[in-house]
Design a protein around this ligand. Structure first.
Ligand code: CA
Length: 227
C-alpha cells in the first residue's frame, strides 16, 4: 500500500487528512513538528510527503531544502496563504506541487494520486535501453542520464520530462501536454510548475542555460528537445 507522510502541527487537520487518505487506499503516518518531519521524510519509508509550511521547530521550506539534498520523494507543500511567493518559493526549492488552505479533500486526494503515479512510471516511452543525443546518454535500464560520461543528478520528474521528449519525434510540446503526460491526467495544477521544472532541467543539462543548445523554447507554443 502506498504510504503518505503528513507533516502538520494541527492535529485536527492531520486526522482529517489521514481519514480521507486511508479511505482512498493509502497508509499514513504523521509528524507534528519540523525536525521530526524531516527525520521521518529522510527515512525513505514514504512514497509522498504532505508538508505544511508553518511548523514548530523548522518551517516547511527549510525541511524541503534539507530533504532535497538527499531525497527525490514527491512533496506537496500545503501553504496557508494564497501568496504567490510562497508557491514559487516551494516550487523553486523542489516541491512537486502545492495546495492552498483551505483545500477540498477531493482536490488533495487527486493531487496525491497524480504526484504518486508519476513515481510509479506514468511515462513509459517505447524505446531501447539506451538513447544518445549530443553529449548525453540516457539509459532507461539503469535510469541514468550521463553527460560526457558523468552521471547527472536528475529528479524523477526531470528524468520523466526528458524521456517523454525522447519518446516523441522532434516536435514542440506545449506546457499543457507536458503537464498532462508527465504530471498526470487528472492533474489540474499550475502551468508555472512546468516552466520551473524546465528551467531546472535546463540548468542541469546545458553548459550555458542562458544560451541553451538542447532544451529550446518556442515562444507561445512550448518546448522542444533538439537532438
Ligand atoms: Ca501549521
Amino acid at each position: 500500500m502506498p504510504s503518505v507522510l503528513i507533516v502538520e502541527d494541527e492535529k485536527t487537520i492531520v486526522d482529517m487528512l489521514a481519514f480521507n487518505l486511508k479511505r482512498d487506499g493509502f497508509e499514513t503516518a504523521a509528524a507534528y513538528d519540523g525536525p521530526t518531519g524531516l527525520d521521518m521524510a529522510l527515512s525513505g519509508q514514504y512514497d509522498l510527503v504532505l508538508l505544511d509550511v508553518m511548523l514548530p521547530g523548522m518551517d516547511g521550506f527549510e525541511i524541503l531544502r534539507r530533504l532535497r539534498e538527499k531525497s527525490d520523494v514527491p512533496v506537496i507543500m500545503v501553504t496557508a496563504r494564497e501568496e504567490e511567493r510562497d508557491k514559487i518559493l516551494g516550487l523553486e526549492t523542489g516541491a512537486d506541487d502545492y495546495v492552498t488552505k483551505p483545500f477540498s479533500v477531493k482536490e488533495l486526494s487527486a493531487r496525491v494520486k497524480a504526484n504518486m503515479r508519476r513515481t510509479e512510471g506514468t511515462v513509459r516511452a517505447d524505446m531501447g535501453d539506451k538513447v544518445s543525443f549530443g553529449p548525453f546518454v540516457v539509459d532507461r535500464g539503469l535510469h541514468t542520464v550521463n553527460k560526457n560520461g558523468t552521471e547527472l543528478e536528475l529528479t524523477q520528474r526531470e528524468y520523466d520530462i526528458l524521456t517523454y521528449f525522447l519518446s516523441l519525434p522532434v516536435r514542440v510540446v506545449s506546457r499543457e501536454e507536458l503537464m498532462e503526460k508527465v504530471w498526470g491526467f487528472d492533474y489540474y495544477g499550475d502551468l508555472r510548475a512546468v516552466d520551473v521544472a524546465m528551467r531546472r532541467l535546463r540548468e542541469k543539462l546545458e553548459d550555458d542555460p542562458a544560451e541553451p543548445q538542447f532544451i529550446l523554447t518556442k515562444r507561445g507554443q512550448g518546448y522542444y528537445l533538439k537532438r
